[in-house]
Design a protein around this ligand. Sequence first.
Ligand code: XUL
Length: 586
Amino acid sequence: MSSGPLYLGFDLSTQQLKAIVTSSDLAVNSEAKVDFDADFKEKYGINKGVRINEDEGEVYQPVAMWVDAVDLVLSRLREKGCPMDRIKGISGSGQQHSSVYWNSDAEATLKDLDPGRSLLEQLGGVFAYEFAPNWQDHSTQKECDDFDAHLGDPQQLAEVSGSAAHHRFTGTQILRMRRRRPQVYESTARISLCSSFLASVFLGAIAPFDISDVTGMNLWDISAKSWNEKLLELTAGSAEGVTALRKKLGDVPLDGGVILGTVAPYFVQRFGFSKDCRITAFTGDNPATILSLPLRPLDAIVSLGTSSTFLMNTPAYKPDPSYHFMNHPTTQGNYMFMLCYKNGGLAREKVRDALPKPEGKEKDPWANFNKAVLETPALDVKNDGDPAKLGLYFPLPEIVPNVQAGTWRYTCNARDGSSPEEYSASSSKTEWTPEADARIIVESQALSMRLRSQNLVSAVPDHPELPAQPRRIYLVGGGSLNPAIARVFGDVLGGAEGVYRLDVGGNACALGGAYKALWACERGGDGKAEGQKWQSFDELIGARWKEEGNIQKVDDGYREREYAMYGNVLGAFEEMERRVLSVAKN
Ligand code: XUL
C-alpha cells in the first residue's frame, strides 16, 4: 500500500455530512458519512435534515447538529482504518447560501478547543443564533424585492452580483435577520457560510468566505472583486451600519487555493491528524461539483436529481436575472454558470405514472416511459407538415422561469417556430397522447437549458465545422442512469464530443473538495514572488485524472438533423414561457 500524502474532502449538504479521502493520484482511500435523519432525527427534531416553520416559509437546521456530525464522521473515518496522519490537506463544500451567526466568544473558543471534550460540549455557546437558514428557505420575499429594486432592477443586481435576488441568497437572509431578529444581528460578531463554517471548525479560527461561494450572497461585486457598498448599506440598514457589517463578513481572499493555516490541535490530538495538515478554503457544493473532474470551458454538467441543475465552466460573463454566474472556485477570470430548477425527477415521474405500468417480468418502472421517449420522434413531428409540440411540466412552482405550478402544452410550426399557440384537444388537428408527453417533458427540460446557455457556447475547438454547442455533456444524478433521457439531452443540447455519465455521482461535491485540497497543496509555489507560477487546477487534476472508471460515454451527442430541428423552435419555446409568465402575473 502506498504511503504518500492523502487529501480529505467534505460535503456538508442538507441531509448528510460526507467525507472522502483521496491520494495524490486521485485514488479513493476511504469514505465515511453521517446521515442526519438516520443518526440525529430525534436528537435534533429534524425531517429530511431540516426543520420548517410553514407560517413564515422558514427552513433551517440546528448548527449544533453540524458540529456533532463533525466528531461523528471523523470517528467513523478512523474506524474504517483511514490513516489520518497521512492527510496533508483538507477542503470541502457546503450547501450554498446557508449562513451561521457566531457570537463574540466564538473566536477564542475555536482557538482553544480541548481534545478531551467533544466539539458539541464546547461550541454550544458560540452562536448568536442556534440555527442556520437552509437554502430551501423562502421567508425573504420582501427582502428580495428590496434587493432587486436597490440598484435599479433585477438586471442591474445580476450584473453586479451575478444573480438577481433569490430567497435563499445570503444577503437577503442577513437583511431579514436584522429586521426579524435584531438582537441576533446585533450580537453577531462574524457570519459564515456553511462552507466557511466547516473550514472554521477545522482551522480553529473563523475562516474567510471562499471566492466562489461568496458570489451566492447577492453582496459581492464580481467585476470590482469587492463587497458592493450599496448592497451592504441596504443590508446594514444605514451607511453608518456598514462598518459593523463589514466586520461581520470579513475579508475575502481572491485565490481559491489559499492555504488558511494548519488543522487545529484538537483534531491532531483527538483524531491523529498531522500537525502540518493544511486547511484550504472550503467552497459551495455546486462549485465543488465542477471540481470533481477536469471540466474545461464549453463542457457542461447536467445534474438530474429531484431537482435539476446545469453547470458550465466559462470565461464569458453574461449575467441575466433568470440564472446565476459565480466566480470559478479555482480559476480566476473564469465563471461558473448555473441554472437551478426545482422541477426535475418528480415531474418526469408524474408523466411516467400516467402511462400504462410495465407488464410481465419487466422490473424497470421506467420501461414504458423510455419506450415512449424513444419511439416518439423529435417534437412529435411524425410527418412533414406536422406541428411541433412543446410543453412545460411544473408540479412544483419553478425558479426558471419564476412561475407557479402547472402544465402547459403548445404547438408551433416545426420549420421555423412560427405561430406558437396553446394546444387544445378540441380545436387542434393533432393528437397529444401520454406517450408524447414522455418525450416532450424531457425535451422541455433540455430546451430550457439550451435556450439559456446558447449565448455562452461557441464553436468547439477541434470541431470548427459544427454549430456552437457544449463540447461534452456530463450527466450526474438519478436521471443519468436512464438511456432514453441521455439520448434526448444529446438530441437537444448536442455535445460535440458526446454525452457522458459521471460515475462519481453522489460523491461529486466531497470529491471536488478533496481535489481542491490536493491542488492547493501540490500546485507549486505560493504564486506571490514575481514570475513565480503555480499549476492551474485543470493542468494538475487533468494530468492525473483517468476517464476509465470515472465516466462512461452514454450517447454520441450532436446529431445534425435533430440539433437543427430544436434550434428552429427555441424562439417558440421562449415565447411559450413568456405567455405563461404574463398570464401568471395578470
Ligand atoms: C444552489 C442551491 C442548491 C444548494 C444545494 O443555488 O441553492 O443547489 O447549493 O445544497
